[in-house]
Design a protein around this ligand. Structure first.
Ligand code: SF4
Length: 174
């Protein structure tokens, strides 16, 4: 295959050919900025995964202190009814397109409080749409990193120019 072949994407002059949607998806998946936000014990593992030993910045994952600068929210901990409104408000303040990772059993389904925890929402997807669920109590940092990689895979499948976004509305929200 020579360099001028249409199937060869990398020519002799450093030119790369790709579709606009691939470029958009690549830039989005390579600059996921999570909101610095934790709810309970899972948040400790989330903080651990942001530390130097796991080095999330090599994936372009860089925590931000404001929802206005963030495009991903990690729900790490028990979602109480008292916090539900705040979570929803923070989600709505985030830039679009925005994504959500539900980290841990509490956030996924109520965790150890699923039966008798009258104060706990049985899954954060009743409040906001979730893109990736990470199981565990608590999930280790490696599991959260795997969740990020799964999210990147999903973003790669998006069609931003034809309007098929990843996140959807959940009709069963509170
Ligand atoms: S899933 Fe387990 S570790 Fe995570 S917030 Fe709930 S009780 Fe804590």
């Amino acid at each position: 295959m020579n360099a001028s072949s249409p199937t060869n994407k990398s020519g002799d002059h450093g030119i790369v050919l790709l579709r606009s949607e691939e470029l958009l998806n690549w830039s989005r998946e390579s600059s996921l900025w999570p909101l610095t936000f934790g709810l309970a014990c899972c948040a400790i593992e989330m903080m651990g995964s942001m530390a130097s030993s796991y080095d999330l910045e090599r994936f372009g994952i860089f925590p931000r202190p404001s929802p206005r600068q963030s495009d991903i929210m990690i729900i790490s901990g028990t979602v109480t009814y008292k916090m539900a409104d705040r979570i929803r408000r923070l989600y709505e303040q985030m830039a679009e397109p925005r994504y959500v990772i539900s980290m841990g059993s509490c956030s996924n389904c109520g965790g150890p409080y699923w039966q008798h925890g009258y104060h706990v929402v049985k899954g954060v997807d009743k409040i906001i749409p979730v893109d990736v669920y990470v199981p565990g109590c608590p999930p280790r940092p490696e599991a959260l990193i795997d969740g990020f990689l799964k999210l990147q895979e999903k973003i790669r499948q998006e069609k931003p120019l034809t309007g098929t976004a990843l996140t959807g509305e959940n009709p069963e929200r509170l």
